[in-house]
Design a binder for this molecule. Structure first.
Ligand code: PEP
Ligand code: MN
Length: 258
């Protein structure tokens, strides 16, 4: 089954004055895995903005493997993130896990993220397909490119063509890295759909030292942007510290990309 709507020329997704999918103008989304406190998100927002990020990322409803792990700050975290982003005039992207928080996330987020675990949640895809807000659709950790394209097509078929695809790695036999970052997907998706494609080398590798080289590789193969996890104190992060960059490391990465 081939997509019917998501075919053809390059589609640009507009978020305020940003154009995601504009060739030669990569968009960088950066921020913590999870919003943890007022101080953490305000400091991070300021630091990533100063370093050159365009969009603040941060999870408040977290899909954690263990039910005993930190589940995110919820509404309180979302309001803090909105405030921190407004203070530095940045749009935000955050994950919507289920329909129960739809109104809340719609109200405060500029881009709604559908995480890897929900890429196959067709009823949720239909729901966000009815919104007039951009959707960042992460690749399912065991999704083929074809399944991923059809998941995007679900959103478009419900009316919302503002979909940004995010390659975040897939599960393979190799366990050295957290996931195997499939960069071949980038040019394939651009040929097949024309949608903006961004790359998340943080979840894609799980290893801080690999984030910069894989960011450069993503740019070299035509990605429209990056999603990078940044933490002011990675060693004490409540989630994904080993793959998070410090603001200084993030600043170096942005300079290297430029
Ligand atoms: C995230 O970006 O916070 C996240 C949970 O990523 P993924 O859905 O790709 O695992
Ligand atoms: Mn994370």
């Amino acid at each position: 089954m081939r997509p019917k709507i998501l075919v053809g020329e390059q589609h640009i997704v507009k978020v305020r004055d940003l154009e995601i999918g504009n060739p030669g103008k990569p968009i960088i989304m950066a921020g913590p895995c999870s919003v943890e406190s007022r101080e953490q998100i305000f400091q991070t927002a300021k630091a990533v903005k100063a370093a050159g990020a365009h969009i603040l990322r941060g999870g408040v409803f977290k899909p954690r493997t263990s039910p005993y792990a930190f589940q995110g700050m919820g509404k309180e975290g979302l309001l803090l993130m909105r405030e921190a982003a407004d203070a530095v005039d940045m749009p935000i992207v955050t994950e919507l896990m289920d329909e129960s928080n739809l109104d809340l996330v719609y109200k405060y987020a500029d881009i709604i993220q559908i995480g890897s675990r929900n890429m196959f949640n067709y009823s949720l895809l239909k729901v966000v397909g009815e919104l007039d807000k951009p959707i960042l659709l992460k690749r399912g950790m065991s999704a083929t490119i074809q399944e991923w394209i059809l998941a995007a097509e679900y959103i478009a078929a419900s009316g919302n063509k503002d979909v940004i695809l995010c390659e975040r790695g897939i599960r393979t036999f190799d366990t050295y890295t957290r996931n195997t970052l499939d960069l071949a997907a980038v040019p394939i998706l651009k040929m097949e759909t024309g949608l903006p494609v961004i790359v998340d080398p943080s979840h894609g590798t799980g290893i801080r030292e690999l984030v910069e080289p894989m960011s450069k590789a993503a740019m070299a193969c035509g990605a429209d942007g990056l999603m990078i996890e940044v933490h002011i104190d990675p060693d004490n992060a409540l989630c994904d510290g080993p793959q998070s960059l410090t603001p200084e490391q993030f600043g170096k990465l942005v300079q290297a990309i430029k």
